[in-house]
Design a protein around this ligand. Structure first.
Ligand code: RIB
Length: 296
């Protein structure tokens, strides 16, 4: 079984601010850091750090060449990455004194996927292989359709949610990892239990992991239901907390662990990421998570 993550790679410009800038305001930032990021890349790095042999597919622009080195540094397979001379996808992220963030996303190369490129990448995969997706690249619907035709297991983190997710054949997805806002957009209710019930009604063959921020996370597949609380930490920067959770949950699941253990590892890894600055660089190693598991 091979694991492919087809997704975004961003350059994250992270500004430390006293509060999130408001309309019409000019605000002095006390610090700027430039990190590797993107929901796709973060999740690939989390998967690799958690011990999964994952290949990443996506496009790198002229100003994002260091992202390739980041993949190599963290053990993410780079054979399917494509270089272009266009401007790389990037973000402007404000992080306030409580560690909360606010993200402005520029699509750049992440919105330049072509059907030819996707066909070429997917031609290296077949039934039973795993495809991990988020919603920061264009042609998400095409990726889901082609992967489904191949019999791949499709895992979707529908973030950031927008109409392009709603236009996909979501019944082809095997596992959704989503937060309550995305859950509400897919089901029309903000009650976590109802979100899970309605998701199961709409997509009966799928499993769901619903994250609720500081209120923990639920798993539901129509039969089994499990809950995991958060591990509280002082938040430094919440960027990539969800991506870390996603990568570690998938890794544990592919390892055949019980759902309760998958949730616990994911929550613990995510809490470590929250206690550090940056996106990809904040994701803990498997050894760090194993050590932390011994202390709880
Ligand atoms: O999930 C966090 C990521 O979202 C950041 O790294 C940023 O690039 C945005 O895509």
């Amino acid at each position: 079984m091979k694991v492919l993550n087809y997704g975004s790679l961003n350059v994250d410009y992270v500004y430390q601010v006293p509060h999130m800038v408001t309309a019409g305001e000019t605000l002095l930032s006390s610090k700027l850091n430039v990190f590797s990021g993107g929901k796709g890349l973060n999740q690939s790095i989390a998967l690799a750090k958690a011990g999964v042999a994952v290949d990443h597919a996506g496009m790198i622009g002229s100003d994002g060449r260091f992202l390739l080195d980041e993949c190599t540094r963290y053990g993410v397979g780079t054979n399917f990455l494509k270089k272009t001379d266009e401007k790389n996808g990037h973000t402007i992220i404000q992080v306030d004194e409580t560690g909360q963030n606010c993200i402005l996303l520029y699509g750049g190369t992440n919105q330049m996927q072509t059907k030819e490129y996707i066909d070429d990448v997917l031609s290296h995969f077949s039934g039973g292989d795993v495809l991990v997706l988020q919603n920061e690249v264009n042609l998400l619907d095409y990726l889901i359709d082609r992967a489904s035709e191949l019999g791949m297991r499709i895992i979707l983190n529908p973030s950031p949610m927008n109409d392009s997710v709603l236009s996909c054949a979501l019944e082809k997805v095997d596992l959704f990892l989503l937060n309550e806002i995305e859950g509400e957009q897919l089901t029309g209710t903000d009650d976590p239990e109802q979100i899970l019930n309605r998701l199961h009604e709409k997509y009966p063959a799928a499993s769901f992991v619903l994250t609720l921020g500081s209120r923990g996370a639920w798993y539901y597949d129509g039969t089994k239901k499990a809950f995991q609380d958060i591990f509280p930490v002082k938040a430094v920067d919440t960027t990539a907390a969800g991506d870390t959770f996603t990568g570690y949950f998938i890794a544990a699941m592919l390892d055949g662990m019980a759902v309760e253990d998958c949730l616990k590892r994911a929550a613990l890894a995510s809490s470590i990421a929250v206690s550090r600055a940056g996106a990809a660089p904040s994701i803990p190693s498997k050894e760090e998570v194993e050590e932390a598991l011994k202390r709880i």
